[in-house]
Design a protein around this ligand. Structure first.
Ligand SMILES: C[S@@+](CC[C@H](N)C(=O)[O-])C[C@H]1O[C@@H](n2cnc3c(N)ncnc32)[C@H](O)[C@@H]1O
Length: 385
């Protein structure tokens, strides 16, 4: 019997299936690439002895591939909205000597079309995403499918359990283990009423009206964020902008307005969320039809974008990755923006004043000017020299 004790370092995950090396993407030596809920789920799967080589296994929201790597011998399918999770899956498989094709990756908008024997779900940060996923998973659940979800106790509320109960069927929870919990769901096939309310819409009015489609996992899905509002108010306009990037585009609101006030510029929308990029594409097409060409790319920051090819980057950076708050992603975005900009190109960043992006931009670009502020948010501009 394996006892799950404290691992030797924070890249070794000890489970009944074995000990695995796991790293986060982007790397962060201070933070683990798994949590106790992953280990609880793996312990439970081992105790149930429910997996065989014939089992069809689906893993939903496996953040850095901890479940996929530990269960790689069962050839699981992983469904995730995050490109960073996709990158972590492939690098962690490699780190443990596995071929990358042992696990099949499906993004959140392209679910597989078979029934699964076992579905393991990590509770995502966004309740809207969970709701959407539970509705979508109905198609993949057969009469014998075993469904177990897991999360840290702090992210499992009575409303979380009600979601499972109202969409899938009777739901019970385990005792807590290392501040994590399991959720057991018995699918009631007679409960088929209702469907996902996502994507949903709201409207933003500037000198023209934009109707914004928002898939379930979108930032500020119900209304315009106050930081984005500040960028819109001071949106830069120049004849010299040939290529503009909306970096971390979400529903694409910054790029849409930039396209509207810079009618000759080419737009590129980038996000690590598949749902975000698809929402931006829908919104751009709704606003400009075929009359404007734009690119829509799922990537990590500006990976894959040519150096010195951009005149303007607009950026409202993320201040967390899943449940961990931090500025690692903002740093990467600023560094990549400097590489992607032409000489004389501009990076415009909006953020909460207390995040002190000013100091970071000054370090990376050697200059940073405050364009505007509205109390809580500041709009900053750095020029590549
Ligand atoms: C604060 S939101 C801003 C969304 C939108 N631009 C707005 O102003 O409403 C930050 C966005 O960055 C995206 N993001 C997070 N990490 C990223 C990464 N590594 N590469 C690209 N986009 C990322 C998130 O998915 C999210 O859509």
């Amino acid at each position: 019997m394996i006892t799950l004790s404290t691992p030797a370092d924070n890249t070794s995950m000890l489970t009944p299936q074995g000990e695995f090396k796991l790293e986060r993407v982007p790397p962060n030596p201070q933070l683990q690439a798994w949590d106790a809920a992953d280990q609880y789920l793996l312990k439970q799967i081992d105790e149930l002895q429910a997996l065989t080589q014939q089992s069809r296994l689906l893993l939903v929201n496996d953040n850095f591939g901890a479940l996929s790597v530990a269960l790689a011998d069962y050839h699981p399918v992983m469904v995730n909205d995050s490109f960073l999770s996709q990158l972590a899956l492939s690098s962690n498989l490699q780190l443990n000597g596995y071929e990358s094709d042992l696990v099949t990756f499906n993004n959140s908008l392209q679910l597989p079309s078979v029934k699964f024997d076992i579905i393991l779900i990590k509770i995502p940060k966004s309740q809207a995403l969970l709701k959407h996923q539970l509705y979508s998973l109905r198609e993949l659940i057969g009469s014998e499918t075993r469904i177990i979800a897991a999360g840290m106790s702090r992210s499992i509320h009575s409303s979380t359990l009600k979601l499972f109960e109202s969409i899938l069927g009777p739901t019970t929870t385990s005792l807590a283990w290392k501040k994590s919990r399991l959720i057991y769901v018995a699918r009631d096939q007679s409960m088929n009423q209702g469907q996902s309310p996502y994507p949903d819409y709201f409207t933003v009015e500037t000198d023209r009206e934009f109707s914004l489609c928002n898939h379930a996992n979108l930032f500020s899905r119900e209304k315009l964020d106050n930081g984005s509002r500040l960028v819109i108010e001071y949106m830069p306009v120049s004849e010299h902008y040939q290529r503009i990037i909306d970096l971390g585009c979400g529903n694409g609101i910054l790029g849409l307005i930039a396209a509207s006030v810079n009618p000759k510029a080419e737009l590129l929308f980038v996000d690590e969320s598949y749902m975000a990029v698809e929402s931006a594409r829908i919104n751009f097409e709704a606003a400009f039809g075929q009359e404007r060409v734009a690119e829509f790319t799922v990537t990590n920051c500006l990976q894959g974008i040519a150096n010195e090819s951009v005149d303007l980057v607009l950026n409202n950076p993320p201040f967390h990755q899943q449940t961990s708050v931090g500025d690692t992603l903002a740093w990467e975005m600023f560094i990549d923006s400097r590489k992607g900009l032409k000489s004389g190109g501009e990076l415009w960043v909006v953020g909460n004043r207390h995040l002190a992006y000013h100091a970071k931009l000054k370090k990376i670009f050697g200059n940073c000017q405050q364009v505007a502020s509205n109390g809580k948010f500041v709009l900053l501009k750095s020029i590549k020299q």
